[in-house]
Structure formats: structure tokens, C-alpha cells
Design a protein around this ligand. Structure first.
Ligand code: IDP
Length: 141
């Protein structure tokens, strides 16, 4: 399997729960490496642009409200099959449907505040990584 990069966001609910370290430990234990990271307070414009594909969905306003409700930790994860691996570690979008032992099952209760984001394809990963990081902010290891 090829080495890939994916964008991960630890969302405001998980940051507020002091779960940053526990969540990053799961990535590292699964063999993913953090090659870029920063804590950011998203503006409405930045959060809305990130989730532009959901602009017409009924939950868009609440999603932007939630993502701007507190700081987030944005990271680039690198490793073999990183995109799918991260999605497996995260679990289903709705924590109530997430498999036991996944991040969303363990750290989230509701679909609107579900602890983490992870790119869902190579195309999304490329767009999302460049949405948050310049090349000089990514540190290959
Ligand atoms: P993903 O985060 O698992 O990739 P997406 O379908 O891309 O899921 O949705 C982006 C985010 O929008 C979700 O993580 C969740 O926070 C929110 N979301 C998705 N569907 C709903 C919904 O039906 N109600 C409320 N929020 C939703």
C-alpha cells in the first residue's frame, strides 16, 4: 500500500474534553505519523469554506457554529494507507453507529459533535491539507 497523507481535525468537543493527547496516541499507535500540527480558532469563513460541499445541507449552519465554538487541532497524518486507516480509527460519522473502540465511539455522543474529522479520499486530502498548511509547514520524517 502506498504512503499517503490525510488531514485530521480534533474538533472543539474533543479539545474541550482534554482528549487531544489520547486521540493523537491512537494515530501514533496505529503507525501514522504526525507531520504537521497546529491549534486554530476557526472563523465562520474558514469553517464554512472547509465544509463548502455541505453548504446546502440542513445541518450546515449548526456545523459551522460547532466548528467555531472553540479551538481545534489540525494535523497532517502520514503513513501507509493513511486515509482509510484514519477513517477506520475514527469510526462512523454518527457515534451511536461507530464500532466499539473507535475514536467517535469512545469520545463522542452525537453526530453534530463527533470528536474528529478525517479526509475521505485522496482528492479531499489534497484539498484539505492545502486549505490549512503551506508546504513549509509540513515536516516529512
Ligand atoms: P464525516 O465527518 O464522517 O466525513 P460528513 O458526511 O462529511 O461526515 O459530514 C461532515 C460533518 O457534518 C460530520 O462529521 C458531522 O459533524 C456533520 N453531519 C453530517 N451529517 C449530519 C447530520 O445529519 N446532522 C448533523 N450533523 C451532521
Amino acid at each position: 500500500m502506498a504512503t499517503e497523507r490525510t488531514l485530521s481535525i480534533i474538533k472543539p468537543d474533543a479539545v474541550a474534553k482534554n482528549a487531544i493527547g489520547d486521540i493523537i496516541a491512537r494515530f501514533e499507535k496505529a503507525g501514522l505519523q504526525v507531520v504537521a500540527a497546529k491549534m486554530v480558532q476557526l472563523s465562520e469563513e474558514k469553517a464554512g469554506g472547509f465544509y463548502a460541499e455541505h453548504k446546502e445541507r440542513p445541518f450546515f449552519k449548526d456545523l459551522v457554529g460547532f466548528m467555531t465554538s472553540g479551538p481545534v487541532v489540525v494535523q497532517v497524518l502520514e503513513g501507509e494507507g493513511a486515509i482509510a486507516k484514519n477513517r477506520d480509527l475514527m469510526g462512523a460519522t454518527n457515534p451511536k453507529e461507530a464500532a466499539p473502540g473507535t475514536i467517535r465511539a469512545d469520545f463522542a455522543e452525537t453526530i453534530d459533535a463527533n470528536a474528529v474529522h478525517g479526509s475521505d479520499s485522496a482528492e479531499s486530502a489534497e484539498r484539505e491539507i492545502s486549505y490549512f498548511f503551506g508546504n513549509d509547514e509540513i515536516c516529512p520524517r
